[in-house]
Design a protein around this ligand. Structure first.
Ligand SMILES: *[C@@H]1O[C@H](CO)[C@@H](O)[C@H](O)[C@H]1NC(C)=O
Ligand SMILES: *[C@@H]1O[C@H](CO)[C@@H](O)[C@H](O)[C@H]1NC(C)=O
Length: 310
């Protein structure tokens, strides 16, 4: 059933490219956001998702399903067939031995398989999610320390950025602001330097580098998209500008908020090309994050609100 739908949509897409007819989109997209183990600030809880990632996707017309950690591969496969994309958020867990990294590896593999078979399924990684994706693609940890723990930077767009998909729908004025103003917030101690990216044949052949940044010492990759897959990654945090207030380095200007919004709009537009769906309305309702209530955590953590899963 799903596959049939997909073929239909491929044809619609091809038709419209030639005839200018509107492309059929899935206007009820549902995106999975991966949970992770809690950090020291909330030791009495199990797993969490920062609410800003949920608001980010909701602002562009998607609904969210939490992807719990420590589930079986069968459960992840069933969920994969029900949702239209997945987002790997930032965080602090191990890239090699956490529930987050295990689930991310499974969804990454399923996404590669599905997309290779014409079943569109987008993936987005932010910060730790960016690092996770590069590790999954290269099979190697290639990160090094940078002085980027809380700093907003302008993006240094590469010559390839114009050929890419991610920034194509951004207004020209916003792109100018992104290149000159400090709109993208960085909260990471580890980075993938341009040098290490270039040394890895797997990374080079898989990803187009859309932007880089520097901490004054080393240049690192800050925005990536896969050439042949709908896989996107930012080392910076598009979800923080509109929704997180706890760090002085987070920009909140109108252009900063637009940066987050156009990033979300882009990723959700990718999810609208996926035709996965839950087997029933009941199962969909049971899975959606509306069943959970975010808690105020602004005094304890870097996040205004967090969804905890116990
Ligand atoms: C996940 O599984 C690990 C190992 O089995 C366990 O130590 C951990 O507490 C579990 N975490 C959650 C949130 O269930
Ligand atoms: C490349 O990656 C290795 C492994 O993480 C790291 O030790 C090294 O510092 C990195 N080199 C650069 C130039 O980033």
């Amino acid at each position: 059933m799903t596959r049939f739908f997909c073929l239909a949509c491929v044809f619609t897409l091809a038709d419209s490219v030639f005839s200018g007819a509107p492309v059929k989109t899935n206007d009820r997209p549902i995106i999975g956001v991966l949970a992770q183990e809690v950090f020291h600030a909330t030791p009495h809880r199990n797993a969490y998702i920062a609410a800003s990632y949920v608001k980010f996707l909701e602002s562009a017309g998607a609904r969210v399903v939490p992807v719990m950690i420590n589930r079986t591969e069968e459960e992840y496969t069933r969920l994969f067939k029900s949702i239209n994309g997945v987002l790997f958020p930032g965080g602090r867990v191990s890239l090699k031995s956490s529930g987050y990294s295990r689930a991310a590896a499974i969804f990454y593999r399923l996404a590669l398989e599905a997309n290779s078979n014409g079943d569109y399924f987008p993936v987005w990684g932010t910060c730790l999610g960016f690092e996770m994706l590069t590790l999954l693609t290269s099979g190697q940890l290639l990160l090094s320390r940078t002085d980027t723990k809380g700093v907003a930077l302008p993006l240094d767009f590469t010559d390839d950025a114009r050929d890419g998909r991610l920034f194509r729908g951004f207004p020209e004025e916003l792109l100018k602001s992104l290149a000159t103003e400090r709109l993208t917030e960085n909260s990471h101690q580890w980075s993938l330097t341009t040098e290490n990216f270039t040394k890895s044949e797997r990374l080079r052949s898989f990803y187009r580098v859309l932007s880089t940044n520097s901490d004054g010492q080393s240049e690192f990759v800050s925005t990536l998209e896969a050439y042949d897959f709908p896989i996107y990654a930012t080392q910076w945090h598009p979800e923080k500008n509109a929704f997180e207030w706890n760090r002085p380095c987070i920009p909140h200007s109108p252009t900063a908020v637009e940066t987050g919004f156009y990033s979300a709009l882009f990723f959700v537009s990718e999810a609208r090309k996926s035709w996965h769906s839950f087997p029933s309305v009941e199962e969909e309702e049971k899975a959606l994050i509306y069943r959970h209530t975010p808690e105020f955590t602004g005094t304890l953590t870097p996040f205004q609100q967090i969804y905890f899963f116990d």
